[in-house]
Design a binder for this molecule. Structure first.
Ligand code: TYM
Length: 329
């Protein structure tokens, strides 16, 4: 049984990329592995500037996580800020990563450029150090993520190895695990960019809680490629291939086989929309039930926090002892 950790930020609404790239693997892995999944509200603070928003988003995200099928009896679902060890180890990680390494993070460069006139917090820059703490605190061997997080897992490995080299064997070296299909779901309006919460056009992003009509509309308007041939080739035909990836992830049929079945873009688009509507319908139903019971969600997160705290506290202590921060009296 492998120890698994992965997290999601409570910013914006959960979309199909989050679901196919990460959440489906979290759900399928929970009975095979010992899994920890965090709602990382401290990470969301890097871009939070309004009061009274983050708490609600955290609770709504918890409802989504339980609605997609994470079972609090087997999976440890927790909120990052409920476990002080994240901030504590986060600082130690900041002191174990270099300015140069952080400067090379593509996600930082991307986010910084998108925020042009906005405030760019120092937290946005040091973000990967806190993410390293999230992972290392749980001795995670595997981190199930979408493609876009691979660089963050790589830097976590580098930080862990540097720490182990400096202070002795302390941390487990984790590895990223990406799903065979859906690791990089692209924007329906701009298939050269990944589907993202911070998208410029809502039409390109399918949210988990979108009504059926809106999902169908988004797929019907999806940007495809200039000719009219249904071929799976991510480089030459990114729009069509993205649809085939989504349909494949939703139905379990390989992309190549699906490509052979279609001769027209129109039919592919509407079948893709219908498959996603069918996939999301039961999740939306459970979400509506769960979100109407905030007290129950708080209880479920409370159980997760207790279990997570137990593990995180011990690892933090191990790291502090390795450094020699608490000499014996
Ligand atoms: P976040 O909140 O942006 O995304 C959560 C998960 O969704 C995946 N994902 C995608 N997968 C496929 N296609 C897409 N278009 C797509 N967009 C998002 C992400 O890869 C991720 O797995 N930094 C992380 C949160 C984090 C974390 C961690 C993750 C904090 N600490 C520790 C793993 C381990 C983030 O912002 O994910």
């Amino acid at each position: 049984m492998a120890r698994v950790l992965s997290c999601i930020q409570p910013t914006g609404s959960v979309h199909l990329g989050n679901y196919l790239g990460a959440l489906t693997s979290w759900v399928s892995g929970q009975h095979r592995n010992d899994v920890f999944h965090g709602i990382v509200d401290l990470h969301a603070l890097t871009v939070t500037d309004k009061p009274g928003v983050i708490g609600d988003q955290t609770l709504q995200l918890a409802a989504v996580l339980f609605a997609v099928g994470l079972d609090p009896k087997v999976a440890t679902i927790f909120v990052q800020s409920h476990i002080p060890a994240h901030s504590q180890l986060g600082w130690i990680m900041e002191c174990t990563v270099s300015f140069g390494e952080l400067s090379r993070m593509t996600q930082f460069k991307d986010k910084q450029s998108k925020r042009e006139a906005d405030f760019v917090s120092a937290g946005l820059f040091t973000y990967p150090a806190l993410q390293a703490a999230d992972i290392l605190l749980y001795d995670a061997e595997e981190v199930p993520v979408g493609d876009d997080q691979k660089q963050h897992i790589e830097i976590t490995r580098d930080i862990a190895m540097r720490f182990n080299h400096r202070f002795g064997d302390t941390f487990v070296i984790p590895k990223a695990v990406t799903p065979p299909v859906g690791a990089r779901v692209m924007d329906l309006q701009d298939p050269s960019s990944k589907m993202s919460k911070s998208t410029e056009s809502e039409a390109g992003c399918v949210y988990l809680l979108d009504p059926a009509e809106s999902i169908m509309k988004k797929f019907k308007r999806a940007v495809t490629d200039s000719d009219n041939e249904v071929v799976y080739d991510r480089e030459k035909k990114p729009g069509v291939s993205n649809l085939l990836d989504i349909l494949s992830a939703a139905t379990g049929t390989p992309q190549q086989k699906l490509a052979d079945e279609y001769t027209q873009y129109g039919k592919l688009k509407s079948d893709c929309g219908e498959a996603v509507v069918a996939l999301l319908h039961p999740i939306q139903k459970r979400y509506t039930e769960l979100v109407s019971e905030p007290a129950q969600l708080h209880d479920m997160l409370g159980i997760g926090a207790q279990r997570a705290e137990l593990v995180a506290k011990q690892t933090l202590q191990r790291a502090q002892d390795a450094i020699g921060m608490t000499p014996k009296k």
